[in-house]
Design a protein around this ligand. Structure first.
Ligand code: SF4
Ligand code: SF4
Length: 458
C-alpha cells in the first residue's frame, strides 16, 4: 500500500529543505471540522506483493520476515499505554483512537488475521481499527475485513499486475455496500494517467465509491522534482512524478470543486443550526458519500469534456511537466478542514489548502498522530513530518525500548503542563489535517479546545 510512505530520512531532509520558491498560506490557523481522534498508523512491516517504482526498497520489499504474533501483541500493549497517557488530558468530544494497519501490504502477513482478531476483541475500549491496503487480499477474507475494520483505505496502483488490480476492484465492489467506510487513493501515475482517470470515471464514480486522486511524491522539489534514481536496493525508482500542465489543471479543477462543495455543506449545516466546531457525528465520511444521481452524471459528463480538452492541449506540445508541489494539499484521509483567513479572520471549510508551509507554526501533531514501524523498530510522532518536542526531526524512540518512550512522555506531562511542538519542516505532508497556528496566541484556542487540565507551553 502507499498513502504517504515513510521516505528515507536523508531523502526527506533534502526534499524538505531543497525547495526555494515560497507559497505562503492564505490563512494563519487551521483546524479540523469534526475529526478529533488520534490516528495511529501502524506499519506492520515492509513485505509487499507489489513493487511500485515510486516506493523505495526502504518502504517495501518481498523478503523481510513477517513480525510474529507475539511481537505484534507486545507492540499493541505499548500503543495502548501510550494512548492512555494522552487520553487522560483530552478535552470533551474526542472519539476512540483509530489504528490503521499499513505496510508494505499488511494482509500478506500470515499472522495478520489472528492478530486483528485479538486487537478487535481486547482493545475495543480505546481503539477502532482501520486498514490501509493495496486491496488485493484474497476474497475469502471479505467477512473478516467487514467485521474488524471501521474504515478501509485502498490505494490503487496502476503498476500492479492486472490480476491483482482486478482483484482489488472485485474487493472494492464487495466492500462498497458492506464496509462502514471505504475510500480509494488513486495514485495518479503520470505515465498511466488515462488509466487513473478511467478508474475514477468508469468505476469509482458509477459505483459511488469515495476516492482521492493522489499525486505521487508531492514533497518533490518545486522545480526539479525527483527524477529516476537508484535506491539502496539498486533499483531505479521515481518517487516524485512530473505532471504536464493539463494534468495539474485536472487536479486543480477537482480540488476547486471539492472546496466549493465543502463550503456549501458548511452553509447548509449553518442553516440547520449546527456549527462546524461542534463535535457531533457529522463525519467527513458523510461529506464524501455520493447520494445525488444527477451530481454523479454531471461529474462524469464534465470529466469527459475535460479529457477531450486535455488531449488537445497535450497534442499542441511544448508542455513542461513539473512536480505537483505548488498545488497545495488536501488531507490524505480526505477530511474537511477549516482555515482562518489571515486578512478577514473568517473561518472557512475547505478540502484543499493553498499552501503546506508551516515552519515555525505551533502544531498538535503528537496529539493526533503516532506512527509505528514494526519492522524497523521505530516510533515516530508522524511518519513524514517526524517533528519532535525539541524542534528537531526523527524518531521518538525504539519499539524495543518502548518503556523509555513512556517514561519520557510522563516526564513531559508532569506538573500539568506540556510543550507544544513547533513545526521544524519547510513543507507539511500528510500532517495537513493537524490543528496548527502561526503564533502561540492563535494556537491557544485550539489547544483549549482539544485538551483539559494541561497547560501548553508555547
Ligand atoms: S503497494 Fe504500497 S507498499 Fe507495496 S510497493 Fe506499492 S506503494 Fe509500496
Ligand atoms: S510538518 Fe508536522 S509539525 Fe509541521 S505543520 Fe505538518 S504536521 Fe505539524
Amino acid at each position: 500500500m502507499f498513502v504517504v510512505k515513510y521516505v528515507i530520512l536523508q531523502t526527506i531532509t533534502s526534499l524538505h529543505n531543497g525547495h526555494k520558491m515560497e507559497n505562503k498560506p492564505s490563512f494563519d490557523a487551521l483546524d479540523l471540522v469534526n475529526h478529533n481522534k488520534m490516528m495511529i498508523i501502524w506499519d506492520t512491516g515492509p513485505r509487499c506483493n507489489f513493487d511500485c517504482t515510486y516506493c523505495t526498497d526502504y518502504m517495501h520489499d518481498n523478503h523481510s520476515p513477517h513480525p510474529s504474533l507475539e511481537e505484534l501483541l507486545k507492540t499493541a500493549d505499548f500503543v495502548n499505554k501510550y494512548y492512555e497517557r494522552y487520553k487522560k488530558f483530552h478535552g470533551p468530544g474526542w472519539d476512540k483512537a483509530s489504528i490503521s494497519f499499513t505496510g508494505g501490504e499488511p494482509t500478506v502477513n500470515p499472522n495478520f488475521w489472528k492478530f486483528v482478531d485479538y486487537m478487535y476483541n481486547n482493545y475495543d475500549e480505546n481503539f477502532k481499527l482501520g486498514l490501509t491496503t493495496n486491496g488485493t487480499w484474497h476474497p475469502k477474507h471479505h467477512d473478516k475485513v467487514i467485521k474488524y475494520f471501521k474504515g478501509v483505505t485502498v490505494s490503487y496502483h496502476t503498476e500492479g499486475a492486472q490480476l491483482l488490480k482486478d482483484r482489488c476492484k472485485e474487493n472494492l465492489l464487495l466492500l462498497k455496500d458492506d464496509a462502514n467506510w471505504i475510500t480509494v487513493n488513486v495514485m495518479m501515475h503520470t505515465d498511466n494517467w488515462d488509466e487513473c482517470v478511467e478508474l475514477i470515471d468508469d468505476f469509482l464514480i458509477p459505483n459511488k465509491i469515495n476516492y482521492t486522486p493522489r499525486v505521487i511524491g508531492d514533497s518533490g522539489d518545486y522545480e526539479k522534482g525527483t527524477d529516476w534514481f537508484k535506491d539502496t536496493g539498486g533499483k531505479m525508482r521515481r518517487i516524485t512524478h512530473f505532471y504536464e500542465p493539463w494534468k495539474l489543471d485536472w487536479l486543480r479543477e477537482h480540488w476547486a470543486k471539492q472546496n466549493q462543495e465543502a463550503k456549501e455543506r458548511a452553509v447548509a449545516r449553518e442553516k440547520a443550526k449546527v456549527k462546524s466546531t461542534d463535535f457531533k457525528d457529522l463525519s467527513n465520511e458523510d461529506d464524501r458519500t455520493f447520494t445525488d444521481e444527477d451530481k454523479i452524471k454531471a461529474l462524469i459528463k464534465n470529466r469527459l469534456a475535460t479529457k477531450k480538452e486535455t488531449v488537445t492541449d497535450e497534442q499542441q506540445g511544448n508542455v513542461k511537466a513539473e512536480s505537483a508541489r505548488k498545488l497545495g494539499r488536501m488531507c490524505c484521509g480526505g477530511r474537511t478542514l477549516c482555515t482562518k483567513d489571515r486578512n478577514t479572520n473568517k473561518w472557512d471549510n475547505i478540502k484543499f489548502a493553498n499552501s503546506t508551509e508551516f515552519k515555525g507554526w505551533k502544531c498538535m501533531v503528537n496529539w493526533f498522530f503516532l506512527h509505528i514501524e514494526q519492522g524497523r523498530d521505530t516510533v515516530l510522532h508522524h511518519q513524514t513530518c517526524q517533528a519532535r518536542f525539541d524542534g528537531t526531526t526523527g524518531p521518538i524512540g525504539k519499539l524495543s525500548e518502548s518503556d523509555k518512550i513512556l517514561e519520557e512522555l510522563d516526564a513531559r506531562m508532569a506538573g500539568g503542563k506540556m510543550p507544544v511542538i513547533t513545526c521544524p519542516n519547510n513543507l507539511c505532508g500528510c500532517g495537513m489535517c493537524v490543528p496548527k497556528a502561526e503564533t502561540p496566541a492563535l494556537m491557544q484556542p485550539l489547544w483549549d479546545k482539544y485538551t483539559e487540565n494541561l497547560v501548553g507551553e508555547m
